[in-house]
Design a protein around this ligand. Structure first.
Ligand code: BGC
Length: 408
């Protein structure tokens, strides 16, 4: 009997990734550094990030952990408000700080992905209208040029702006994030300005480094009709997919596509109202997002049309108990492998996030301080001296990173 069950056991399959594939994790300045007080978020009515993970002082320890976990790339962001606290005033000490951070990454053998603006703006920029003002494009390009001159030699991949569509929607359409505006016209303007700023930065960076790899991160969900047989549901889903991808990429210059993929939306059009519905058997994260790995495959399939290298610059799960994370990573990585087999040019994957950190609150009922959502591969004990504790799921990810493969 025993021999029989042994024989029927399926042989594990090894899904090998292309040589040189990048495996990493991502963070953003305001969410992890601590001590940032001069940006629009810190001065807003939102709960402040405060000391966050104190990554500003502990980055060496954090990168050591990432290295120990087998990663070969890291995505970080620079805080504009530290580098240029006032218009045309440059804080050289902060530039040195980032130089040390990037040198530390290089010393540890990481390929560096650097985001130049991740959701926050210096107070002086916000006061002058933020991304709703065209003047910000010029100010931003000026800042990018300073970064290029002082830190450019340490940056392998440039991410000009993070998720312009999210920044514009939450800040200017839903009005739930700074500057809390609710105007669809403003949303369109901000989105357009951010994409234009990206294009200007693209040119500027290439002026300094002709062979630089420059892109931005785009938040892409997979949108489907709640009922595939419904003409109207399908129409809404098609529009959502089209608006988020085609329009954006046709407007911008990119050496690579940075994709942030988290979830899936199922749309229903009922009584002229668009609703999002959640499937009965869906697994939801602590943030209430439906886990849907196949959506990543579908997104990658669509992006193949642009014929550019693709990096998954964010993909992660809020999971305080660490019961979903290992399988979340494995199932998404499997879909990436499937997409590569089909011809998709995916060259790297960044889990969001290396550390538990400040999460931009959306739902006030469950996100009161900004520290309720635990996305980290590494737990940060916010009660006990910010101690770093590697989660079991991080070991599962480490195995993938070290072997450049997934065993299924
Ligand atoms: C953002 C991150 C954020 C993550 C999880 C992305 O939209 O770039 O800053 O923490 O989603 O919400």
């Amino acid at each position: 009997m025993e021999t029989k069950s042994k024989n029927t056991r399926k042989k594990p399959k090894v899904l090998k990734f292309p040589e040189g594939f990048l495996w990493g994790a991502a963070t953003a300045s305001y969410q992890v550094e601590g001590g940032i007080t001069n940006n629009d978020w810190a001065r807003s009515k939102m709960p402040p990030a405060g000391l966050a993970c104190d990554h500003y002082h502990r980055y060496e320890e954090d990168f050591r952990i990432a290295k120990k976990l087998g990663m070969n790339a890291q995505r970080i962001s620079l805080e504009w408000s530290r580098i240029e606290p006032e218009r045309d005033v440059w804080n050289e000490d902060e530039i040195y700080h980032y130089q040390h951070v990037l040198e530390c990454l290089k010393r540890n053998g990481f390929t560096t992905f650097v985001t130049l603006q991740h959701l926050t703006l210096p107070v002086w920029v916000a006061k002058a209208g933020g991304w709703s003002s065209k003047a910000t494009i010029k100010e931003y390009t000026h800042y990018v040029s300073k970064v290029a001159v002082s830190l450019g030699h340490l940056i392998d991949f440039w991410i000009t702006v993070n998720e312009p569509s999210m920044h514009a929607s939450f800040g200017y359409n839903y009005g739930t994030w700074p500057p809390f505006k609710r105007s669809f016209l403003k949303f369109l303007k901000v989105y357009r300005n951010m994409l234009d700023a990206h294009n200007r930065a693209y040119e500027m960076i290439h002026g300094h480094y002709p062979s630089a790899m420059v892109g931005f991160t785009h938040s892409i969900a997979f949108n489907e009709a709640a009922n595939r047989r419904s003409f109207f549901d399908s129409l809404v889903a098609r529009f959502a997919n089209l608006a988020s991808i085609k329009e954006t990429y046709l407007r911008t210059k990119n050496d690579f596509l940075g994709v942030n993929y988290y979830f899936h939306n199922k749309y229903q059009l009922k009584l002229l109202q668009v609703k999002k519905v959640v499937g009965k058997n869906s697994v939801l994260t602590d943030k209430g997002w439906e886990i849907y790995p196949r959506g990543l495959y579908e997104v990658l399939k669509k992006l193949s049309a642009f014929k550019k290298p693709i990096y998954i610059t964010e993909n992660g799960v809020a999971d305080a108990r660490d019961v979903l994370r290992a399988e979340f990573i494995r199932s998404h990585v499997k879909e990436i492998h499937r997409a590569i087999k089909r011809g998709s040019q995916v060259r790297g994957y960044f889990y969001w996030s290396l550390l538990d950190n400040y999460e931009w609150p959306v739902d006030k009922r469950i996100e009161k301080t900004g520290y309720e959502m635990k996305f980290g591969l590494v737990k940060v004990d916010f009660e006990k001296g910010l101690k770093r504790i590697i989660r079991p799921s991080a070991r599962v990810y480490a195995e993938i990173c070290r072997t450049n493969s997934l065993i299924i």
